[in-house]
Design a binder for this molecule. Structure first.
Ligand SMILES: [Mn+2]
Length: 322
C-alpha cells in the first residue's frame, strides 16, 4: 500500500519508537508527511478537523495506543495501523499489532524495520528506547563498534552506550516547540549515519537536545541526591516547559532497581506521575482506591495522575503495598 500511495500521511506517537517508525517508512518510500501526536489524548474524532488541512491518499498510524472507531469511520482513505500496545477492536483498518503473536510485544519500530529492511541504526534507536533488544544486535556491533556493544540488557545500551544516547536525543527533540521539531525531523529524514547526528555539536538537533538535557540532568541529580533509604523513591517538581517524568523514572529505576520509583510533575493542582518498579501497575491500581485520580500502563512501567491534596495519602497507600 505504501508503494502504491502517492501521498501518505503518517500519525506517529511522540516518543522515540513512534519517531523511528515514521523515519524508517519515510526514508524507504520517500513520500508523504508525518505528524507527531502527543501521547495524552487518544486519536479521537476531533482529530479529523486537523487532518482536513492535509491532502493524502493513505493514512498510516504508528505506535499510538488508542484510536476511536468514530475517528476511523470519518476517514475516507484506507488506514494502515501498526502498533504493539493492547490490541484494539477496530473495524475498517489494515491493522497489524505485534501482540497478534503469542508473547510478543516488539516495538512498532521493529515492525517497520521488518518492512523496510534498511537503516539498522534508526531501527536500533527505536527498539532500544522501548527497552527491547534488537534481533540484529550482532550486525550492529560490527557496523558501529564504538556506539554499541553486545549485551543482553537493552537498558544497558540505553543508559551506557552512544546508541542509547541517540534514543535520548530522539525523545528530547520531540518535547516542546513544533517548529524546531520539524527542522530536526527533516534532518533525520536525510541523515546518512548516526555519526552525522552525534558528532555535529552545532546542529539544530544537538542544540535542542542540550537545552532539554540541561534541565533533565538537573532534575535527575536532585532526585538522586534527595533519595532516602525508603523503598519508594519519590521525586516531585513543578511543571516547566518540558515534561520528562517518563525518562527520569526510567533512568532512576535503572540506577536503583530495587526501589519503586515515583516521579511526579505538579500541574493544575494535579500530580502527573510516572511509576517504575516490580508490579507497578498492580500496586498503582490498589493505591488509587479512595483517591481522586486515575492511571494505567504496563506491568512494570505505568503512569497516572492524582489530585495534589491526595498525593501524600496515595504515597502512603503505595508504600504499604510494597
Ligand atoms: Mn512504542
Amino acid at each position: 500500500m505504501l508503494e502504491r500511495a502517492e501521498n501518505p500521511l503518517y500519525l506517529y506517537d511522540d516518543d522515540a519508537d513512534g519517531l523511528c517508525s515514521y523515519l524508517l517508512l519515510k526514508r524507504k518510500f520517500k513520500k508523504g508527511t508525518g505528524i507527531p501526536v502527543k501521547r495524552a489524548p487518544k486519536i479521537d474524532v476531533d482529530f479529523v478537523k486537523i487532518l482536513n488541512h492535509y491532502t493524502y491518499d493513505l493514512l498510516v498510524i504508528l505506535d499510538k495506543p488508542l484510536t476511536d472507531q468514530e475517528f476511523i469511520d470519518k476517514i475516507k482513505t484506507p488506514i494502515v495501523y501498526l502498533d504493539h500496545h493492547q490490541i484494539q477492536e477496530l473495524k475498517g483498518v489494515y491493522y497489524y499489532n505485534s501482540r497478534f503473536n503469542k508473547n510478543d510485544d516488539s516495538p512498532t519500530t521493529k515492525i517497520c524495520h521488518d518492512i523496510v529492511k534498511q537503516d539498522d541504526w534508526i531501527a536500533a534507536v527505536g527498539i532500544v528506547a522501548d527497552w527491547h533488544l534488537p534481533s540484529f544486535l550482532k550486525k550492529l556491533t560490527k557496523a558501529y563498534p564504538d556506539l554499541i556493544k553486545n549485551t543482553k540488557k537493552p537498558e544497558k545500551i540505553l543508559f551506557e552506550m552512544e546508541m542509547g544516547k541517540l534514543a535520548k536525543i530522539f525523545s528530547f527533540i520531540l518535547k516542546g516547540d513544533n517548529k524546531v521539531l520539524k527542522e530536526c525531523v527533516s534532518v533525520l529524514e536525510k541523515a546518512t549515519s548516526p555519526y552525522e547526528i552525534l558528532e555535529n555539536k552545532n546542529s539544530i538537533i544537538m542544540q535542542r537536545f542540550e537545552e532539554v538535557n540541561k534541565i533533565y540532568e538537573e532534575l535527575l541529580n536532585s532526585a538522586i541526591k534527595e533519595r532516602s533509604r525508603d523503598k519508594l523513591l519519590v521525586f516531585t517538581y513543578l511543571s516547566g516547559k518540558v515534561s520528562s517524568t517518563g525518562e527520569l523514572a526510567n533512568e532512576l529505576f535503572y540506577k536503583f532497581p530495587k526501589k519503586m520509583v515515583v516521579i511526579a510533575r505538579e500541574k493544575d493542582n494535579e500530580m502527573r506521575m510516572s511509576i517504575r518498579g516490580k508490579n507497578a501497575l498492580k500496586h498503582l491500581a490498589k493505591a488509587l482506591v479512595g483517591i481522586n485520580g486515575y492511571g494505567g500502563g504496563h506491568e512494570n512501567a505505568c503512569g497516572g495522575s492524582v489530585a495534589k491534596e491526595d498525593f501524600i495519602k496515595f504515597l502512603n497507600n503505595l508504600r504499604a503495598l510494597i
